[in-house]
Design a protein around this ligand. Structure first.
Ligand code: MRU
Length: 347
């Protein structure tokens, strides 16, 4: 067992009666936690990207349901169930692409559908389990991913798939952390326009752990790969279809196409809560479109008639461009052959 360093900054902290959310929009300049005591607040925190990253969104939503039950539960009437159901619907509308959100809400609904003596205790236990299981899955994936990239000299990651995007440790950054503990590897991070999760979050998060990372402009990726400095592209995912197609932050597909041209391997690292077993392939994945103002220079924002922008924030990388999908249940090499279906019944 490798020694794990605890990351000082956590995206989410449950206080016992509220959810503290690190406002990732203010990083790296400021470390500010906002405290939410109802489901509406948590919905807002997800929609406005104070908390972001597929697993972290799911965990936040789970605590949002805990807050809803603690507000509405009453021993004397069944009315509370409708109010909680409405809050769950509201949370489900916060963002569309990361399936972890819907997966976590389904877990919570399954608990609520049971006959419970103490619904609040049961629902809190479920949220805490989702949170703890995610951290454990990340450590497991870290080791599995580090095994398959053994000997790599350089890796590139995109967006932020670290502790900030998960319960802790990270998916893609979990692999990089585990690999780095075994042997230092050169890490490159793309800035990840337009929200700059790579520039603001990833290089900062790695620096907290003493892992040096080199930031590149997104448009420098092809040239970097051509130089031979990168053996693996390592990314997270927001939703993986049964055939292995993987939705992730916009720009991931471009990197996978470039990787093919340059003989670089592509690793997608995600817990099985990111697999949408109901989707045969990635064509059906809803890609979130965010406000064009996130992309437009400020001088254009008030003149929509003159200039417009197209701002899809995820894309889908087809399985045939992915060398390995790493989950806590195991690794699927060449997912184009069989997809990830073989993982479904693995315990
Ligand atoms: O829009 P974001 O910042 O929520 O997008 C996050 C990503 O695309 C991550 O790479 C993905 O969720 C994997 S997180 C472990």
């Amino acid at each position: 067992m490798t020694m794990q360093k605890k990351l000082a900054v956590q995206a989410l902290q449950w206080t016992g009666d509220a959810l503290k959310v690190l406002d990732q929009r203010q990083l790296p300049e400021k470390i500010v936690y906002d405290e939410y005591s109802d489901a509406a607040g948590v919905t807002e925190a997800i929609a406005t990207m104070r908390v972001r990253g597929a697993p972290a969104i799911g965990i936040a939503a789970a605590y949002g349901v805990v807050l809803s039950v603690s507000h509405h539960y009453s021993k004397d009437s069944g009315q509370w169930r409708q109010k909680v159901a409405a809050d769950i619907e509201m949370l489900a509308k916060s963002r569309p692409t990361a399936v972890n959100l819907f997966w976590a809400l389904d877990q919570m609904k399954a608990v609520l559908n049971q006959q419970l003596d103490n619904p609040l205790a049961a629902i809190l236990a479920c949220a805490e389990k989702i949170h703890a299981d995610d951290i454990a899955a990340n450590h497991k994936m870290g080791e599995l991913g580090a095994d398959i990239m053994a000997g790599a000299k350089g890796v590139m990651t995109h967006c932020n798939a670290g502790a900030l995007a998960t319960g802790g440790y990270g998916t893609a950054l979990g692999v990089i952390r585990s690999a780095y503990q075994r042997q230092p590897v050169k890490v490159y991070a793309g800035e990840t326009r337009p929200w700059n999760q790579g520039a603001r979050l990833t290089v900062w998060e790695l620096a907290q752990d003493g892992i040096p990372a080199t930031l590149i402009a997104d448009s420098a990726a092809a040239w970097l790969m051509k130089s031979g400095a990168v053996d693996w592209i390592i990314v997270g995912a927001d939703r993986i279809a049964a055939n292995g197609d993987a939705a992730n932050k916009i720009g991931t597909y471009s990197l996978a196409v470039l990787a093919k041209q340059h003989g670089v391997k592509v690793m997608v690292v995600a817990p099985t809560s990111t697999i949408d077993w109901s989707m045969a392939n990635g064509d059906q994945i809803e890609i979130e479109q965010r406000n064009q103002n996130e992309l437009l220079p400020a001088c254009y924002i008030n003149d929509e008639s003159l200039v417009s922008a197209w701002n899809p924030v995820f894309d889908v990388t087809p399985a045939e461009l992915i060398s390995a999908i790493v989950t806590e249940r195991g690794v699927v090499l060449n997912p184009a052959e069989q997809g990830v279906r073989g993982l479904k019944n693995v315990i």
